[in-house]
Design a protein around this ligand. Structure first.
Ligand SMILES: Nc1ncnc2c1ncn2[C@@H]1O[C@H](COP(=O)(O)OP(=O)(O)OP(=O)(O)O)[C@@H](O)[C@H]1O
Ligand SMILES: [Mg+2]
Length: 360
């Protein structure tokens, strides 16, 4: 188990990791996700021991690791730019760390063959990296890491240099690898789709802080704040400014974009006044004229085949609606939408959720 307790990092006077608490269980596939510059790589390098920890504790299997040198942490790391040795064969690249340790050649050969089998590189062991595809090279880089039999493997955006088809394939391969190795994985990416598809647990980072951590569908259904709400899910959740007015246990929420709905809030969580209301594109349903709670105009139609995205609302506050593929609508059409109030999220001005969705 990895535990980060109130971990902080400064570059000069600039605080880039601002008191982070994260737990990753044994065997878990954890994904750290967030926009560029939020501190993902820094945090990963702190776990690996490549960056110092200025405050707080890094605990690995019950032992405080802050001052343990990188090579004694039992951790392997795979970087985005994985420089392979071009003059060495695949087998020599994978076995390099063992030859440094003067492991007998026959042992190295055996272990390299084992790793190559897991990574489906058996037929390529005698080739040099220059004669491999991008995905195969990436697998060699992973082989170099897993031959050390680490209990923890760290990945820093390992797929971002690959084209999108290969990325999808490697996503599946990494998950298979994780199942076979039963190792704990911490995987860093800025891509929420990678996070959603691969993670047992997602840690969303924003500006050096944890915005939320939990299972993928937990973050999708119950985001703790507007940042997570709009980061997880594609197209992203629509969030618009609105005002709230209570009448008993029902709160009337109206937005200048043309949206008005009644939210049940028995516990009095929503104060009267300005709020922000969020609804996912997949939760905005096209209905017949006069039936919905949001009448608006279509400004853009994007057809993807299996589904169509409509941009509606005002130019300064556009919303995206996800509809069927063969929807025959055009820009300029007026439409009625219905949004089930129970799937809406209500946020305060600071972006914290004050009323999560009641159904999922
Ligand atoms: N050596 C350094 N000196 C000063 N500031 C740094 C240094 N390394 C990183 N930073 C700053 O720390 C912050 C976090 O950087 P980090 O590389 O961890 O971000 P990231 O989340 O990995 O981003 P990306 O998705 O672009 O890789 C950034 O604002 C960055 O500019
Ligand atoms: Mg990075």
């Amino acid at each position: 188990m990895i535990t980060l307790n109130n971990v902080r990092k400064f570059y000069g006077s600039l605080e880039v990791i601002k008191g982070v608490d994260i737990t990753v269980e044994d065997g878990e596939f954890a994904v750290f996700v967030g926009p560029s510059g939020c501190g993902k790589s820094t945090l990963l390098r702190m776990i690996a021991g490549l960056e110092g920890i200025d405050d707080g504790d890094l605990v690995l299997n019950g032992k405080r690791m802050n001052d343990v040198p990188p090579d004694q942490r039992g951790i392997a790391m795979v970087f985005q730019s994985y420089a392979l040795y071009p003059h060495m064969t695949v087998a020599e690249n994978i076995g390099f760390s063992l030859s440094l340790k003067k492991v007998p050649a026959a042992d190295i050969r055996k272990q390299v063959e084992g790793v190559a089998e897991i990574l489906q590189l058996t037929d390529y062991l005698n080739r040099r990296p220059g004669a491999l595809s991008g995905g195969q090279r990436q697998r060699v880089a992973i082989g170099r890491a897993i031959i050390k039999k680490p209990s923890l493997i760290l990945f820093d955006e390992p797929l971002s240099n690959l084209d999108s088809a290969l990325r999808v394939q490697m996503r599946a391969e990494l998950q298979r690898l994780h199942r076979e190795l039963k190792a704990t994985v911490v995987y860093v990416t800025h891509d929420q789709v990678e996070a959603m598809t691969m993670a047992d647990k997602i840690v969303v980072l924003n500006k050096g802080m944890v915005a939320q951590q939990g299972a993928p569908m937990e973050l999708y259904h119950k985001p703790a704040n507007e940042f997570v709400a709009t980061f997880i899910g594609s197209p992203k959740m629509n969030v618009v400014a609105a005002s709230a007015k209570r009448n008993g246990s029902v709160v009337r929420i109206e937005s200048p974009v043309g949206l008005g709905l009644d939210v049940t809030d028995e516990n009095g969580r929503i104060p009267d006044g300005p709020v922000r209301i969020g609804a996912r594109p997949e939760h905005m349903k096209l209905v017949g004229e006069g039936a919905g709670n949001f009448v608006t105009e279509v400004s853009l139609v994007e057809r993807l085949g299996v589904e169509t995205y409509l941009t509606v609302g005002r130019p300064d506050e556009p919303l995206i609606v996800r509809t069927e593929g063969d929807m025959m609508l055009r820009p300029g059409d007026r439409i009625s939408l219905n949004i089930d109030p129970d799937v809406c999220h209500v946020f305060n001005a600071a972006g914290d959720v004050i009323l999560p969705a009641r159904v999922s």
